[in-house]
Design a protein around this ligand. Structure first.
Ligand SMILES: [Zn+2]
Length: 203
């Protein structure tokens, strides 16, 4: 029986563990790399090996950044009294790309998902409440910018209730409809995202 060399088998096995990559794609990627020069392969393996070097979590907003606190949290041009709550770092990046948002972020690190066993304690929810309560000046607005999915809506509802009970004076808004339901913020185009931000409503 013919067998692939174990080095190729190993790489196919590693690729197939990645999200959205099945056995076929894993094989295709491995054979694609086999045809590449060593320089390209070394550059790829170097990038993977050093992926986590120099990546830290900002202790204020919990974004993945290079310094703690991050450049956004320390930027004097940013309005610290407006916090935009998002699921993941890529969502913050997408909102920042629109240049419409001048506040700061809070990265939850996911959404509530009982089916997958993700509860409030798995997200940076207590940190958000503490951040609102302990802020040196009054927080003016919390924009709930979780994705327009079932889990994103549920999480926004949960946060809204919590903030209203602990900090009733804070204005809570949600991005306007117009983002495709079930869609992902990080893939929304700049115009749609800008409209959703501008049209945000009290929640
Ligand atoms: Zn930060």
């Amino acid at each position: 029986m013919t067998k692939l060399p174990s080095s190729i088998e190993k790489l196919i096995n590693e690729f197939s563990k990645l999200p959205g990559i099945g056995q076929k794609t894993a094989q295709r990627l491995a054979f694609y790399l086999l045809k590449k020069d060593n320089i390209d392969i070394n550059a790829l393996s170097f990038a993977i090996a050093n992926l986590k070097l120099g990546v830290v979590f900002c202790s204020v907003c919990h974004n993945m950044v290079e310094t703690d606190p991050c450049a956004t949290c320390t930027d004097p041009q940013r309005d610290k009294s407006i916090i935009c709550v998002v699921e993941e770092p890529l969502d913050a990046l997408a909102i920042d790309r629109t240049s419409q948002f001048k506040g700061v972020f809070h990265i939850l690190g996911g959404v509530l998902n009982p089916l997958e066993g993700i509860g409030p304690e798995d997200l940076k929810i207590n940190d958000l409440l503490a951040r609102i309560t302990n802020h040196e000046s009054r927080i003016k607005e919390i924009i709930l910018a979780t994705n327009p999915s079932l889990e994103g809506e549920t999480t926004a509802m949960h946060l809204s209730k919590l903030i209203k009970s602990t900090n009733p004076e804070v204005k809570i808004t949600r991005l306007a409809r117009g983002l495709p339901m079930g869609g992902d913020l990080e893939y929304a185009d700049d115009i749609t995202l800008t409209r959703a931000l501008e049209g945000r409503r009290e929640f």
